[in-house]
Design a protein around this ligand. Structure first.
Ligand SMILES: [Zn+2]
Length: 142
């Protein structure tokens, strides 16, 4: 859905420019049409930004770390990017793995020193982060 957004926004821009042009000709007032077209476009853009902010509030890219200190995306450092999983280190020095759960959402796991991972949080596609109660998964990232 997000990937198609540029196509959508460019189409919308042309539709609105056309509409603005048409209104301008109909009422013989070229600036009015353009102003309406640009106004609707800006309003749409603002709504889109609002939706993104709401989404980030509802489902942040990275949740709060297990010590409760690191709350923002910038508190984490991306260490490694592999196929479908990201390794992050939070400001407390704990390593985490963020992993896609086969289109069902994402898992956020603590990366243990012995190479195993400990489930910490998970979210469904549209849900919020909540605790993942599974036991230690051995060699998930071997
Ligand atoms: Zn932390």
């Amino acid at each position: 859905m997000v990937g198609l957004f540029p196509v959508f926004i460019i189409s919308l821009l042309f539709i609105l420019l056309g509409l603005g042009h048409w209104i301008g000709r109909k009422y013989e007032h070229p600036w009015l049409g353009m102003a309406i077209g640009i106004g609707i476009f800006m309003l749409t853009a603002l709504c889109y930004i609002g939706v993104i902010l709401l989404h980030l509030w509802w489902q942040p890219n990275l949740p709060i770390c297990h010590l409760g200190k690191c709350k923002k995306y910038k508190d984490y450092e991306l260490i490694k990017l592999t196929d479908g999983s990201w390794v992050y280190r939070c400001c407390c020095g704990t390593y985490y793995i963020l992993k896609e759960a086969e289109g069902k959402g994402r898992l956020f796991m603590v990366y243990l020193e012995d190479g195993n991972t400990k489930p910490y949080l998970k979210h469904t596609r549209f849900g919020r982060w909540k605790s993942d109660n599974r036991r230690v998964v051995e060699g998930e990232l071997s």
